[in-house]
Design a protein around this ligand. Sequence first.
Ligand code: NAD
Length: 288
Amino acid sequence: MAEIKVLGVVGAGQMGNGISQVAAQSGIDVICTDVNQGALDKARDTVKGSLGRLVKKEKLTQAQADEALKRITFTADLQKLSGADLVVEAATENEKLKKTIFDQLDKIARPGVILATNTSSISVTRLAAGTSRPERFIGMHFMNPVPMMQLVEIIRGLVTSDETYAATKALAEKMGKTVTTSKDLPGFIANRLLMPMINEAFCALEQGLSTAEDIDTTMKLGMNHPMGPLALADLIGLDTCLAIMEVLHTQFGDSKYRPNTLLRQYVDAGLLGRKSHRGVYRYDDAKK
Ligand code: NAD
């Protein structure tokens, strides 16, 4: 099993830049791509800021932080991914978009290279089927924020090979993560459990059961959750939460997964959470 020395990342949003940072900190060279130059510039700033905070907390030396940043190439040129040993896609949660990206990646990446998706809910088997290498295709689902969260959920598509699974698991472990393994069913483990809770929190808010603050405080102090569901939805991105609920609803065909209308209205209004500075809560300079 060949070691992954160069990681390709597609999508430099909150997940893509986190994956790039953690890989670089683990001594892996990273080619981080995005269609949007603004997203690439922001990703570099975010990684630099995050590494800087680790230096301040004395978890890294300045030299290690500089070295990690140097390992990441930020580029809008997808062709550069021809140099990658594994490519993980972390673009917007939209099946059509991801299919187009994998169509391109299948042509750019060398034949033996594993293609992975960080999708939160879309069928890994279906995305794999659009490529010429379904046995070398896998779900590698990092948690947000990637530098802080310990878990990577690995999702095997119907025909993912044992070798692909082993190489992906080894990569996640090299990045300091703990792996759980899920079958390819909508939402996998994490979002099958998390998203219905978030959706229900929006239902409660819509019904006027309580304030957003009290719903969140109840789950934090009553259930010992580190964040309340509404604040967590703002962190994840309300568009991403809605997209995942749509997948659960459509794929299982069960009304219990119907996306809440208030959640949909926030997304329609462009209030996507932290990334747009306003969701359920307001964020000015990253403060509520
Ligand atoms: P985001 O909106 O922060 O970033 C998405 C990025 O993809 C943007 O920078 C956008 O410019 C880029 N993009 C769009 N089209 C592209 C293309 N054709 N080629 C290259 N880049 C393109 O979203 P995110 O929160 O980082 O989520 C990315 C993926 O990770 C989604 O599949 C999401 O479901 C998954 N995910 C998200 C979370 C979370 O908490 N946000 C957690 C785990 C997994």
